[in-house]
Each structure stands twice: as C-alpha cells, then as structure tokens.
Design a protein around this ligand. Structure first.
Ligand code: FAD
Length: 420
C-alpha cells in the first residue's frame, strides 16, 4: 500500500463510499403494497422472506370473497411450493386430465394425464378453491412464524394517491405512508396504474361475460343425466360451441364442482364488471338452451343465491409497468381474461420475480434500476401469455393463429415454464 492511497486521517480511498454502501445494505427495505389479492399477498410472502418490512393496504375487509376455483398450473404452483404453500394441504385436487364435448354432448377429445404429471412438468398442476388459496396466502404473509417479519395488513385502507418519486401512498382517510418502494398489486381497476399511464389506457369490455358458480359434486353424481361428467376424478370438462362454452372442474378435496360459463355479453347484459354481481338462473339456462339436455339438468342444480355474472374486461398492453419507485404487478399491469386460467399464475410469477430483483441486500438507492430489471424479465412473457389467452377465448371461426401453433411448445410455455 502506498501513502497516496491513504489520506491524512489514515482512511483509504473509496472507504466512505464502501461504508455508506454497506450501511445501506444493512437496512431492510420498507415496501408498501397496494392490494392484498393473489399477487399482492404472494409478493408480501416472497419479500418478507427476503428480510424486508412489508406493509399491505387493502380496500376491502375481505367480507366479499366468494366461491370460485382457480388453476395452479405448474408454472406458478412450483413458486408457491418453494415459498412453502402446498396446494394439497388446502384441499387442492390434482388436474388429472380433460374431456372436451361438443355442445350436443359428443366427446370430442379426452386426455388422461394420470401418471404423466411428473413426466410433463417439474411441479404438480392443482385445482384449488380461491377462498382457500387466499386464506392460506394471507396467513403466510402475516403469521408470526415463518421466514422474516410478518407483513402488516391494513384492511379498509383504500389508496387514493401514489407519489412514485417519494414512494408514498395516500389513503382515503387522508393518512400518508412512506416507504422505499410502492408495489401496485391493486387489480384490473388499479389506482396505482394511473400514476404511470395517466388514464390513457383503461380496461374495456371484451364482448364476453361469464357466469360463475359451484355445485356440490354429490348432486351431479346422484343424477343419472349428469353422473358421466363427474365420475372421472380430477378431470376438467368443457362443452365448447362456436361463441360460448361451459367449463367445469373439481376443487375442495373433490367435493365441489367449479363452473365458468362464458358467452356473448349481449345475451346477459351484466350491469357492471364486479366479480360479485349476482346472476339470474333462468337467463343462464336460456344461454345454454341449445346444448345437450343434460346441460340443462346440470344447470338446474345451480343455487341462484350463489350465482355470479361477470363482464370480462380486456386492456391494451401497457408500454411501461414502472416509474421511479412504483412498480406494478398482476392484473394491474396486465389484466387477464380467464380462458387459460393464468391471471393468478402470472401475478404469482410477477411477485416471485420482483422478490428476486429486490433481494435481501438491495440498497434503497438501487430500487429504480432493480425494478427496471424486473420489468425486463417479466414483460415479454406476461404479454405473450395474455396474447395466447385472448386467442384461446376467441370464437373458433375467427382464429387462424391457433392452428399454426406447435401444441407441445404452446402448452409447455404457458403452463409448464419454470425458471425460478
Ligand atoms: P386481484 O386478485 O384482483 O387483487 C387486487 C386487490 O387489490 C383486491 O383485493 C382489491 O380489493 C384491492 N384493491 C383494488 N384497488 C385498491 C385500492 N385503491 N386500494 C387498496 N386496495 C385495492 N387466474 C388463474 O391464474 N387461474 C384461474 O383458474 C383463474 N380463474 C379465475 C376465475 C374467475 C371466476 C376469476 C374472476 C378470475 C380468475 N383468474 C384465474 C384470474 C385471477 O383471479 C386474477 O388474474 C388474479 O386474481 C389477479 O391477481 P391480482 O392480485 O393482480 O389482483
């Protein structure tokens, strides 16, 4: 060492910068998350496991979570398993195959995935009740055991304003919170998104609506008209016509059958795009009146009090998901139509990716650069899957592109991908 590397106090060149860098690394980040849905809660779990302080703001009091099920395809199920959430522990059913029927009840395709799951994917494909998943994520994010500090969950806390330069959020009550970074996980009607695109890009009706409902499996099993459809355990069943379809799969330890009934929006005229708007059972039966008579029998078991009608929204691709210290994930960044069951899956992939970029020792000063990397890593894949999802939901006659896809590559990219 030469004298000129030392200053008169005996310190060495670069020490001041090194010390402040190390000091910065020693402080966990304070991360504010808007929205405690599937994406926000997964991000909270992954970020607390990195050692950060996480504060969630959720507008609802979770009183309106309703029944429906969700796919955990291998691409996102593997992430949840690494975080410590195992779908089989919350009543998840393995997806063991699918049957596709014509509207008049002829079996068109039948795929048996029994025994093949482990050959095809690195992780299992589960079908779970949404409420069970949501409760498990909430517990893992906020529990006092587990890795890292529990996330703080503030309910009835609607965010009305975000300052992306200073990483602050303002609640409806007027309270202001500041952190190192704000994560916008506030779903399709995102408020945080407005700070990035300033209202230029908004969700719009896709032209399709969906009924959602659950029917106890034993009811369909005990009726000879519908027994055939539920007797193969763990199988997803679809009836597909040109402009409408009915999809059914089991959840909740195989005790409930979950349905999504997608049809032209003009036929049922949903008043809004709230997931929890009630539906009319006679209207539902009317929409499927030209299907095989067993479908009407099946629909006769719907409990109208639980029937929901939901206007499906789409949105143009956002040019950008980030601004300084604000970063979007999940439906806030790329709202998904339900045709591939990948909206929740992509929100989970986003959350995992963000936690990798904001790893344990991230200095607060590096956040803007790190979230740029997150966007770089996620943007192409999420938008591509969104594109495939649109194709999968379009009326058969319209879609030429589907015919040109290599099916194995398509399935593997959409559902089997694992780079975590
Ligand atoms: P959300 O889950 O919508 O969560 C956003 C949260 O933010 C909500 O809790 C909301 O109350 C809160 N919020 C909104 N605004 C504010 C604010 N200003 N301040 C504070 N909080 C706010 N996806 C799949 O992967 N597989 C499936 O099989 C599947 N099936 C589906 C079936 C149905 C019937 C539906 C409706 C959706 C389905 N999806 C599925 C889609 C999936 O559920 C969504 O893509 C996913 O929930 C997106 O997660 P998210 O966290 O981004 O948004």
């Amino acid at each position: 060492m030469t004298m000129d590397q030392q200053n008169t106090n005996g310190a060495y060149a670069g020490d001041t910068a090194n010390r402040s860098h190390i000091a910065a690394r020693e402080r966990p980040l304070k991360i504010l998350i808007a929205g405690a849905g599937i994406g926000g809660l997964t991000a909270a779990i992954a970020l607390r496991q990195q050692g950060h302080e996480v504060i969630l703001f959720e507008q609802s009091r979770f009183a309106n979570e309703t029944g429906a099920a969700i796919h955990l395809a291998p691409n996102c199920n593997g992430i949840l398993r690494r975080l410590g959430l195992f779908a089989e522990d919350i009543g998840g059913n393995l997806m063991l195959g699918f049957d596709e029927y014509t509207p008049d009840g002829k079996l068109r395709v039948s795929a048996d995935l029994r025994g093949q799951q482990s050959d095809m994917w690195q992780h299992p494909w589960h079908l779970v009740h949404r409420v069970h998943l949501h409760n498990a994520l909430k517990e893992m994010a906020t529990c006092t055991s587990g890795v890292g500090k529990p996330a703080q969950l503030n309910l009835k806390s609607r965010i009305t304003k975000v300052d992306s330069q200073n990483a602050t959020v303002t609640l409806e009550s007027g309270q202001v919170f500041s952190g190192d970074v704000v994560v916008g996980a506030d779903g399709v009607h995102s408020k945080t998104r407005e700070s990035i695109v300033h209202g230029d890009i908004k969700p719009y009706p896709s032209g399709k609506s969906a009924y959602r409902f659950l029917i106890p499996k034993e009811k369909l099993q005990s009726d000879p008209a519908t027994r055939e459809y539920v007797e193969k355990k763990g199988v997803l069943v679809m009836w597909i016509a040109d402009d409408r379809r009915l999809v059914m799969y089991p959840c909740a330890n195989n005790t409930l059958m979950n349905f999504v009934a997608i049809h032209p929006a003009s036929e049922t005229d949903a008043a809004g795009d709230d997931w929890n708007e009630g539906g009319n059972k006679d209207k539902l039966r009317e929409v499927y009146k030209n299907f095989h008579p067993s479908i009407d029998t099946l629909l006769s078991y719907v409990d109208e009090k639980e029937l929901k009608l939901w206007k499906l929204l789409d949105m143009d691709i956002l040019p950008n998901w980030i601004d300084e210290r604000l970063v979007l994930l999940g439906d806030a960044a790329h709202p998904f139509l339900p045709h591939q069951g990948q909206g929740g899956g992509q929100a989970i992939e986003d959350a995992a990716s963000l936690a990798v970029m904001l790893s344990k020792d991230t200095p607060a000063a590096e956040i803007p650069e790190r979230i740029k990397l997150y966007q770089k890593c996620r943007y192409e894949r999420a938008n591509k899957i969104q594109h495939f999802t649109r194709l999968a939901g379009r009326d058969a006659a319209e879609v030429k592109e589907i015919e040109s896809l290599n099916m194995m590559e398509y399935v593997s990219y959409n559902f089997g991908h694992d780079e975590w």
